[in-house]
Design a protein around this ligand. Structure first.
Ligand code: AMP
Ligand code: MG
Length: 308
């Protein structure tokens, strides 16, 4: 008899993370999920710039301007990848917006209800395009407002590591879904996994359903995730580095890639770029489905192959 699916949910990384493991006995699935959870929590603690835990990223953000800081292999790796996506996305993705993000306050409690003062936004926005530098003695920042923030990529990395741990526990069929950002492996029984992509303005409506199997990630950046409305205008957590303000070109962008880390970074990047970001993402062999500011969808050429 085939064992039942094992399903567990934890609160992590500011969202509900659900694990579904298929085709193995409950004990094996639970041990694997437990180990994956620990690893994902470790990554959250290592990369967050909020809360009370201390870590290297916060240390870098507090370091005197110009001082060289040695970073661990893991932070070094994620920073290199983030800076590469920044370059490939022509600056739409920027991992040094920490001070600006804190000013807007979307990752803090209580959630903001008004935009910050324009002059303060302008001060925190300036000079961030190439402000993090690497030297043989370590990494350094060239201004106070230059502060690392891995908020647009670390969740994806944590999902990747969680899947790696499940595989190490001999799990072949599973999903880790962190509030709609997910990586799946194998199949669901004898079928592909079915992944619904919600409409940005109506959680009950679907833009489409993907049929996926093997080893693949689906990550969405949306302006409905953390936002407030003021005078009919929506203010949300994905900032355009050029203006320092919430990006206005998209309502949501979903990226399909093998690694959740890349899907995560690129969903944020294409969100900021809007339609013209699709070509850049395509160069990286990523598939994209977006909804622009008028509610019109845009997609990469290969997207239809994912839908059945
Ligand atoms: P996501 O939900 O993956 O699109 O990531 C949004 C989070 O990433 C925000 O809460 C910020 O911490 C950070 N962020 C906002 N705008 C950007 C940007 N343009 N580039 C990189 N990170 C960003
Ligand atoms: Mg992201």
């Amino acid at each position: 008899m085939t064992p039942k699916d094992v399903h567990e949910t934890r609160f992590m990384m500011g969202t509900l993370v659900s694990f579904t493991v298929v085709g193995v006995e409950k004990d094996q699935a639970e041990a694997a999920i437990h180990a994956a959870t620990n690893e994902m929590q470790r990554i959250e603690d290592a990369f967050t710039i909020y809360g009370s835990v201390d870590n290297e990223v916060k240390h870098f953000n507090r370091s005197p301007v110009g001082q060289r800081i040695q970073l661990s292999d893991e932070v070094n790796m994620l920073l290199h990848i983030a800076l590469k996506v920044q370059q490939q996305s022509h600056g739409a993705f920027n991992p040094a917006l920490g001070a600006l993000n804190k000013l807007w306050g979307f990752s803090q409690t209580p959630a903001p209800t008004h935009p910050p003062n324009k002059n303060r936004v302008e001060k925190k926005r300036q000079g961030l395009s190439h402000c993090v530098h690497e030297s043989p003695e370590g990494w350094w920042r060239d201004s106070e407002q230059c502060q690392l923030d891995f908020g647009a990529i670390a969740k994806g990395y944590a999902i990747d590591r969680g899947i790696k741990i499940l595989k190490d526990h001999a799990i072949q069929n599973a999903i880790i879904d962190a509030g709609g950002d997910l990586r799946l492996i194998g199949q669901h029984g004898k079928q592909a996994w079915r992944i619904g992509i919600r409409s940005p303005r109506d959680a009950k409506k679907m833009l489409g359903v993907l049929h996926l199997q093997g080893d693949v990630s689906v990550v969405t950046s949306g302006d409905y995730e953390r936002f407030f409305m003021e005078n009919g205008k929506r203010y949300h957590h994905i900032l355009n580095p050029q203006t320092g303000c919430p990006s206005v070109k998209s309502q949501s962008v979903t990226v399909v890639a093998k690694q959740a880390m890349l899907a995560d970074a690129w969903s944020t990047a294409v969100f900021v770029l809007g339609k013209k970001g699709v070509d850049l993402a395509n160069k990286q062999a990523l598939q994209v489905l977006g909804v622009d500011e008028d509610g019109q969808t845009f997609k990469s050429e290969g997207w239809h192959l994912l839908v059945q």
